[in-house]
Design a protein around this ligand. Structure first.
Ligand SMILES: Cc1cc2nc3c(=O)[nH]c(=O)nc-3n(C[C@H](O)[C@H](O)[C@H](O)COP(=O)(O)OP(=O)(O)OC[C@H]3O[C@@H](n4cnc5c(N)ncnc54)[C@H](O)[C@@H]3O)c2cc1C
Length: 526
């Protein structure tokens, strides 16, 4: 079993819920950053915890972020010092607890006027001060020459210099997976492909359990629990409706899009931060797995879906904005992948109209039946959100207080000396075991370009709870997001390896390929 979850864990987890003999302390609905953070906090305090995710871990927003573990320079500009302080502390803790995934990343703001030089130098010094001891590195003004050396490919006309600062950069779906593994490792249960289809109440009208559907077999189970947490991101209102039909809408949804480009458009290891785009947002170009991720946008969306679509105007906006900064202007045909994600924002307070102005801090609401719902937040603050939620449950249900334990808890894969040039760096402490399984085939790649090896597919199924072709190509490896066409090319071979390991037949393979074909088309720009 190698001390990490295996393919058998899902079977044992389903057995735990199907036997009906156990009563859970806390049931968490939703396997994104928020739900995983809550379930890990609860497990680490010793509560008997079950997390269920209707699809794969991080299938929703949590695999579609800008990949930043950051204090939030933009929130500072908006005067939200409390949020910046909280996020900066969390950034430091995550860097300590998951050093195999969270990288200290240099960002540079190119400045083209003397006023901007003054504004960003002072602003970013303040950003450092707010983080205190947990800052990653100091902010400094750098000359035009140094800026051009550190940001080759950037427009030099009128350039006055740059302001360099530090934030964190990570791999979102890999962290989600590592959190699920840490929950298992600490005695909790975290299951993908299990959906909550109904809530159960006792004769006093208080929640006491839920109906769960195993999405693979369609079997339905009822579980009993002392507390139910709704951590379903943009879907929180669906669960609130299950609890009390006719409930008011609690969130509004805003879409953000990213384009992935070859590094030739931005040949730098330093990230670029454009602090004010034409629509008043921040745009980043962030090096990631040997490509560059550029984004994002902020477009209100009426109805959330699990697979949101980038709009033409969002794609054009990113290409145009990047084109005004990059010497080599990217065209549609240069885009390797386009992905969209939905921000679950707590419904605005009076006077806040645009979604970019709505605070990113989280909010907990408790219904009359004691459904605990969490709104808003950021990937960066997932740990604090977990801690706040479990504190609130303890208080509301009068459980007494158990000491939180996640501030110093190492995340699965913890490894101090990450070698960011190793294509398997994101496996952390699992990398050696994975490499042992390559049996002298270490340089024979399924995808030479994306550095994806056959052993990774087997590993994903056997140790990382991957159940579908999409799980492997989108969230265990990041092939779909890094180069959608390349992910389509290797899909048949990945499906064959998975079918062998899972003991599936040709029909399963065909279904998987068909579903992935439809999905991946949306990530390719025509
Ligand atoms: C474009 C964009 C860029 C961002 N960039 C950053 C960034 O760089 N850094 C940062 O810190 N934050 C960033 N964020 C914010 C961050 O990504 C989100 O706050 C976070 O991922 C939200 O996680 P979540 O768990 O609340 O939601 P989700 O990840 O969407 O998870 C909710 C889950 O609930 C599941 N679910 C729904 N209904 C049910 C049910 N009935 N039963 C079981 N499961 C169910 C869904 O399938 C889903 O997987 C970004 C957000 C966006 C949109």
């Amino acid at each position: 079993m190698l001390g990490i979850p295996s393919v058998h864990e899902r079977v044992s987890g389903i057995l735990r819920i199907s036997s009906g003999i156990s009563e859970w302390d806390i049931l968490v609905i939703g396997g994104g950053a928020t739900g995983l953070g809550i379930a890990l906090d609860a497990t680490a305090r010793g509560y008997k915890t079950l997390l269920v995710e209707q699809s794969d871990f991080a299938k929703g927003t949590s695999s579609r972020s800008t990949k930043l573990v950051h204090g939030g320079v933009r929130y500072l500009a908006q005067g939200d010092v409390r949020l910046v302080r909280e996020a900066s502390i969390e950034r430091g803790l995550l860097h300590r607890n998951a050093p195999h995934l969270v990288k200290d990343q240099i960002f540079i703001v190119p400045v083209y006027t003397l006023w901007d030089r003054l504004k960003y130098t002072i602003g970013l010094k303040l950003y450092d001060r707010i983080a205190g001891k947990l800052r990653l590195g100091p902010s400094v003004f750098i000359s035009k020459k140094e800026t051009l050396e550190k940001l080759p490919g950037i427009r030099s006309t009128d350039l006055k210099g740059g302001v360099e600062y530090h934030d964190g950069q990570f791999d979102d779906s890999r962290l989600a997976l590592n959190l699920a593994q840490t929950i298992w490792g600490n005695g909790g249960t975290a299951l993908n492909y299990v959906q909550v289809t109904g809530l159960l109440k006792n004769d006093k009208g208080s929640l006491c359990g839920a109906s769960l559907m195993d999405m693979e077999t369609k079997n339905i189970y009822e579980v009993t629990t002392k507390a139910v947490v709704n951590a379903t991101g943009v879907f929180v209102d669906d669960i609130l409706q299950m609890d009390r039909p006719g409930s008011d809408k609690s969130i509004c949804v805003s879409q953000g899009v990213h384009l992935v480009l070859n590094k030739s458009f931005y040949p730098s290891d330093n990230a670029l931060m454009i602090p004010e785009t034409s629509d008043g947002r921040v745009l980043f170009a962030v090096p990631w797995h040997d490509k560059v991720v550029v984004g994002t946008t902020d477009t209100p969306v009426a109805e959330p879906t699990l697979e949101p679509q980038a709009l033409e105007k969002e794609i054009n906006f990113i290409l145009e904005t990047a084109g005004t900064y990059f010497i080599k202007k990217p065209q549609r045909s240069d885009v390797l992948s386009v992905f969209a994600g939905l921000r679950p924002l707590a419904a605005p307070r009076k006077g806040e109209q645009k979604t970019k102005e709505i605070s990113r801090s989280h909010k907990i609401i408790v219904s009359a039946s004691k459904l605990f719902t969490i709104l808003g937040g950021k990937w960066t603050t997932y740990r604090k959100m977990g801690e706040d939620m479990v504190n609130r449950i303890e208080k509301e249900l009068r459980w007494g207080h158990k000491k939180p334990a996640t501030a110093t808890l190492h995340i699965h894969g913890y490894h101090e000396n990450a070698n960011w040039n190793d294509p398997f760096y994101f496996y952390g402490s699992d990398a050696d075991l994975l490499k042992q399984q390559m049996n002298g085939t270490a340089n024979i790649w399924l995808s030479e370009e994306l550095k994806i090896h056959r052993s990774q597919v087997k590993w994903a199924v056997e140790h990382e709870m991957a159940r579908t072709l999409e799980d492997v190509l989108s969230r265990r490896t990041r092939a779909l997001l890094l180069n959608a066409k390349e992910s389509r090319r290797i899909a048949p071979e990945v499906a064959s390896i998975m079918a062998d390991v899972l003991g599936k037949d040709e029909k399963w393979k065909e279904e998987q390929l068909k579903a992935f074909d439809q999905l991946s088309e949306q990530y390719v720009l025509k």
